[in-house]
Design a protein around this ligand. Structure first.
Ligand code: SF4
Length: 278
């Protein structure tokens, strides 16, 4: 059986940076907390917990003497201010690509435009972006956007600034832009899909067209891992989404000659290696 591992599988720049910042803080002997799990991967979170890094759910759980790391998804302006008021040291590991979107929506609003975010409304990254303006709209797909325009009779001269969640797909983004271009006279768009994500999705798509089975490695809570599985399923009937090597059932691969492996941005290299060896 031949096994091919996608070159882009595993940690992206933003996740890698966030994990390193936590490691550095803990190694320096700081009382390190992360606001939410640092990444969507329980193995990494468990390793940090064993090293004394604590996960908190709200800024108020921190205090003077603590060091709080903000994860790569970023947080809203309000959460940032609440963190500052605790007196804790803040290490901001917000991915620079996400930080850029915070600036875009904030500036758009200051210029009198309505920020429109294409993404999953309940995703922490999207909640964080929405929190850098006072009013915005978030749409998961073009149908939701069409519904908004129709039901609220949105005028075509409304100045709109569209951005995307970094892990959205090109397909979804293009459909939304296509609709918005027909709808709004004063439209501004910023394709803020992360290129690391785009590359990973393109590679997963290509690999799944050439393989009889695909293994997608990652945490089930990770949206980019879920999207990878969805993309692979468009081309391949046998797609297995696993958290680690122990979840693989070798019987599923008996009659398969070609297997592809890809992994979400929060999957450490050692888990990918174990899956490959299995
Ligand atoms: Fe940053 Fe892209 Fe990684 Fe998200 S997927 S953390 S935007 S590098």
């Amino acid at each position: 059986m031949s096994v091919r591992v996608a070159k882009s599988a595993g940690f992206c720049f933003g996740v890698s940076r966030a994990v390193e910042l936590v490691q550095q803080a803990a190694a320096a002997g700081k009382r390190t907390l992360t606001l939410g799990p640092i990444i969507h991967n329980r193995h990494v979170v468990e390793q940090f917990a064993a090293a004394g890094v604590r996960v908190i759910d709200s800024p108020e759980e921190a205090g003077p003497g603590d060091t709080v790391v903000i994860r790569s998804h970023g947080v809203s302006r309000e959460v940032y201010k609440r963190l500052e008021s605790t007196g804790a040291e803040i290490i901001d590991a917000t991915c620079p690509f996400v930080k850029r979107i915070h600036g875009l929506v904030s500036q758009a609003e200051a210029e009198g435009r309505l920020p429109v975010i294409i993404g999953t409304p309940t995703h922490p990254e999207v909640e964080g972006i929405a929190g850098w303006c006072t009013d915005c709209r978030v749409f998961e797909n073009v149908e939701a956007m069409e519904k908004w325009v129709q039901e609220e009779n949105v005028p075509p001269d409304l100045p709109v600034c569209m951005v995307s969640q970094t892990t959205s797909t090109e397909f979804l983004w293009k459909k939304c832009v296509q609709f918005a271009k027909k709808q709004f006279t004063y439209l501004q768009t910023f394709d803020t899909i992360c290129r690391a994500t785009e590359c990973r999705q393109r590679e997963a798509s290509e690999l799944s067209q050439r393989c009889e089975a695909m293994v997608v490695v990652g945490d089930l809570k990770s949206s980019n891992t879920g999207r990878l599985a969805m993309i692979c399923r468009e081309h391949c009937d046998k797609v297995f989404l696993v958290d680690n090597a122990s979840e693989l059932n070798l019987d599923d691969f008996r009659s398969v000659s070609d297997v592809g492996i890809t992994a979400g941005a929060s999957t450490p290299a050692w888990i990918i290696k174990e899956v490959n060896k299995t």
